[in-house]
Design a protein around this ligand. Structure first.
Ligand code: F6P
Length: 373
């Protein structure tokens, strides 16, 4: 009997989503004779039964397109805004899965999607996931698709900032995405030859950054490029976060836990914009004119790089094989040069941060990059 497969894309979009949908859809339909239905706007479409038939025409001509033909959202199955009210839509999702006689559901997404997908596995659905995000922070995979394209965009931005920083003899701070992980800042910083790279994993001291810039000036280099991950923090802010996390984890009641979680959320909300404060401090400490560029969603838009197209297509086609084998409850990840099947319960809830002993941190230090520590 031909299998019926559902597919959705969830969380922030990234380049390569359409390549993955195409790889999965073509292999599933044309090689294994499966029927493939797409759910629109992430888990919302599955909850509200908003679908599109992924036929040959829908899957054609999308390989190079950015974004996702299915649309996406950050909706969670168990906490969805329905008519202004937070609603648990898990039952509706299970009903729609059954209504469409699905044999399995493919969820393409980042860290949040892996957690949501696991919840559906626990409700008895057959789920396989693919790892996408420009943050590269999903555990049990060496790479996520979308990262390579974002890395190229961030690197090109650093290249372009170099010439204007040199002409004006300025310090230019570039904020890149990455959520709570520093992969994008680290690799773009190395590729673009940034002078200072600030990662969430290495809390910084602003006076050490200023020292590094002053040393460059004394050595005759009258400009500096500082690449900052959006989640990077000063050592004192990092201490506050550690305390709040401890408070949350040690909370002895549901109320105390949700209060501590709220404090943490507020702290992270207020942290947005920290690069504006950092740029002003650097100008004051170094006496050198300083400017800030926030790259933002440019990093997620547009056509995927060749490497992301290849990786996303490979994940999609391998996913069709895994579905054919009726292997469920797994995420496809990259391990060295091969694809692995990682148990979803081991992936969900575990963020892959840059290890402090990562060889690329050592390599950057060896070419004179400062991490502000
Ligand atoms: O997870 C991908 C990501 O682009 C992060 O790097 C960033 O913190 C976040 O999404 C931005 O989310 P939004 O698109 O909701 O502003």
């Amino acid at each position: 009997m031909a299998q019926h497969i559902g597919v959705l894309t969830s969380g922030g979009d990234c380049p390569g989503l359409n390549a993955a949908i195409r790889g999965l859809g073509k292999a599933a339909r044309e090689h294994f004779g499966m029927r493939v239905v797409g759910f629109l706007n992430g888990f919302r479409g599955l909850a509200l039964d908003q679908t599109v038939e992924l036929d040959g025409q829908m899957l054609s001509g999308i390989l190079t397109d950015g974004g996702t033909i299915l649309g996406t959202s950050r909706d969670k199955p168990h906490r969805m805004n329905i008519g202004g009210k937070e609603t648990d839509m898990t039952d509706a999702i299970v009903e729609n899965y059954q209504k469409h006689h699905l044999d399995a559901l493919v969820c393409i997404g980042g860290g949040g999607t892996q957690k949501n997908a696991l919840k559906l596995v626990e409700r008895g659905l057959n789920v396989v996931t693919l790892p996408k995000t420009i943050d590269n922070d999903i555990s049990l995979t060496d790479r996520t698709f979308g990262f390579d394209t974002a890395l190229q965009i961030a690197t090109e931005a650093i290249d372009r900032l170099h010439s204007t920083a040199t002409s004006h003899e300025r310090v230019i701070v570039l904020e890149v995405m990455g959520h709570r992980a520093g992969w994008l800042a680290l690799e773009a910083g190395i590729a673009g030859g940034a002078d200072v790279v600030l990662l969430p994993e290495i809390p910084y001291d602003v006076s050490k950054i200023a020292d590094a810039i002053r040393r460059r000036t004394q050595g005759g280099k009258r400009f500096s490029i500082v690449v900052v991950a959006e989640g990077a923090m000063s050592a004192s802010d990092a201490r506050v976060v550690d305390e709040l996390v401890k408070e949350r984890d040690l909370a002895d009641s549901k109320k105390a836990r949700s209060e501590a979680k709220e404090k943490l959320r507020k702290f992270h909300d207020e942290h947005v914009g920290h690069t504006i404060r950092l740029t002003k401090s650097l100008e004051a400490l170094t006496g050198q004119e300083s400017r800030l560029t926030i790259l933002g969603h440019l990093q997620r838009g547009g056509t995927p790089s060749a490497a992301d197209r290849v990786f996303a297509t490979w994940l999609g086609t391998r996913c069709a094989e895994v579905l054919h084998e009726r292997n469920y409850g797994v995420m496809l990840g990259l391990a060295g040069n091969a694809l692995r099947l990682a148990p979803l319960h081991e992936v969900a809830g575990n963020t892959r941060l840059v290890p402090l002993d990562h060889p690329l941190i050592a390599s950057a230090r060896l070419v004179g990059t400062s991490f502000g520590d």
